[in-house]
Write a protein that binds this ligand. Structure first.
Ligand SMILES: Nc1ncnc2c1ncn2[C@@H]1O[C@H](COP(=O)(O)OP(=O)(O)OP(=O)(O)O)[C@@H](O)[C@H]1O
Length: 427
């Protein structure tokens, strides 16, 4: 029966002993499994104790307690190194309903890593593992995914991972940045146009919906799509049909939809700023991306990863520098950590990066937060607006250097400047 499963799979009795393996499992783990005596944790973790005795969730235990199928994300030791793995454990019952064993089906997760690895998602914390579990679940189907998280939490990286692990991976992954698109731009970008559709349309142009045919479209900052364009988007999603600007022919759209936002879309729905029907259409499978302060356990690893791929890969953080990074709240999340690591690596005069090499706002955070007196309460928006006004007036660099110093993306910087009506000195 397990040979019919194309993923690595084993059958285990409640004492963790492997009773059967399929060909995919033998090939992946390349270890001699003694059927009837090798235990699952010995093969996949090279550990003598079951997983729950060395700090990991044990899916077999969970399955035994709940009597239901369960899934968890583990890090396994394979011949090529450590590998993230999504495990599905199902109880197997006899004719009387007694659980006699468990079927374990494993799936490698190639887009994440526990060690520095270029272009992979790095982390180990429970919040990160739960995120991987959700990505894997969503990737298997064509369901519309809504990624919700603060700026710099990795929404675009997750969207790419969803695409890369879906059946559409060979087809295009197209990103549409929704901030700042006006109605005519939105239509022509999305649907394309025919020759002569408007002044300047000297040749027909394909829209992004057509370019993405068979693949995935990622609508970044979907909360910024104005109401009148939301109707057009909804029509496209409902009918799967569109017409180029100035064109008569109906064209068929075939794409998987992923949207992202840092805004509370349901609050926008309540205020009448976002259509309810569109919300339910795009939020088929909502995924919350944890902020960095919800996964501080990952800071050391992420810092190592960014250092490894910086211009100074041989440098190391001192224990104090890492502790200082861990206590800073990182409002710009992983993007801010990345730029702080790169700056510190350049600033350090020796191979060990000390607290004094970190950006001043991080060094001084503990001191200021401990000594700050209570002040008059102000709306956060007003504080952000005033602060941005001041830094824009003082900053002598480009938008890129300002965004990097603030630990946000240029897109986020422009979005905030647009929102508060602030103009850059060197636009
Ligand atoms: N788990 C992770 N491991 C390693 N790098 C990460 C991880 N998550 C995010 N990053 C890096 O952090 C930076 C910000 O990520 P990304 O652009 O995906 O965030 P975002 O949530 O889309 O931000 P915004 O809302 O501002 O557009 C990128 O350089 C990305 O490669």
């Amino acid at each position: 029966m397990i040979d019919a499963i194309d993923k690595p799979a084993i059958y285990i009795t409640p004492d963790y002993v492997i009773q059967a393996v399929n060909a995919a499992y033998a090939e992946t783990y390349q270890t001699r499994v003694k059927i009837g005596s090798s235990k699952c944790h010995q093969v996949s973790h090279k550990q003598e104790q079951p997983c729950d005795q060395h700090g990991e969730d044990c899916p077999l235990q969970q399955c035994r307690v709940s009597g239901r199928a369960t899934s968890v994300v583990h890090i396994h030791t394979l011949p090529g190194g450590k590998q993230y793995c999504d495990i599905l454990m199902k109880p197997v019952r006899d004719a009387s309903g007694m659980t006699v064993g468990f079927l374990e089906i494993l799936e490698n997760i190639d887009y994440a890593s526990a060690d520095p690895d270029k272009d992979k998602m790095i982390g180990q914390s429970p919040a990160f593992r739960s995120l991987l579990n959700q990505i894997n679940r969503a990737a298997r189907s064509d369901i519309a995914v809504l990624l919700q998280g603060e700026t710099g939490t990795g929404k675009e990286l997750v969207a790419q991972a969803l695409h890369d692990s879906s059946h559409r991976q060979e087809k295009p992954f197209v990103v549409i940045e929704c901030t700042g698109l006006n109605e005519s731009l939105f239509e022509s970008e999305l649907f394309g146009y025919e020759k002569g559709a408007f002044t300047g349309a000297t040749a027909p142009k394909k829209g992004l919906v057509e370019v993405a045919n068979g693949g995935t479209i990622f609508f970044d900052e979907i909360g910024d799509v104005p109401l009148n364009m939301q109707v057009k988007l909804l029509r496209l999603l409902e009918t799967q049909c569109f017409r180029a600007v100035g064109g008569l022919k109906q064209k068929k759209a075939d794409f998987r939809l992923i949207c992202a936002t840092h805004k509370d879309l349901l609050a926008l729905v309540e205020r009448g700023e976002f259509r309810k029907d569109l919300y339910y259409r795009i939020a088929g499978f909502p995924i919350h991306l944890p902020s960095l302060h919800e996964r501080t356990e990952d800071i050391d690893q992420l810092a190592d990863h960014f250092l490894h791929y910086s211009n100074q890969p041989n440098r190391r953080f001192s224990a104090n520098a890492l502790a200082t990074l861990r206590q800073y709240p990182f409002p710009g999340n992983i993007r801010e950590l990345k730029s702080a690591v790169e700056q510190a690596a350049l600033l350090a005069d020796e191979d060990i990066i000390n607290v004094t090499d970190l950006p001043p706002r991080i060094q001084n955070w503990q001191a200021t937060s401990a000594t700050q007196q209570p002040t008059t309460l102000m709306p956060l928006d007003a504080v952000e607006r005033d602060y941005l006004r001041r830094v824009v007036a003082q900053h002598e660099g480009t938008a890129e250097t300002l965004a990097s110093a603030l630990g946000i993306s240029q897109r986020t910087l422009y979005r905030k400047l647009q929102r508060y009506g602030i103009r850059l000195k060197h636009a």
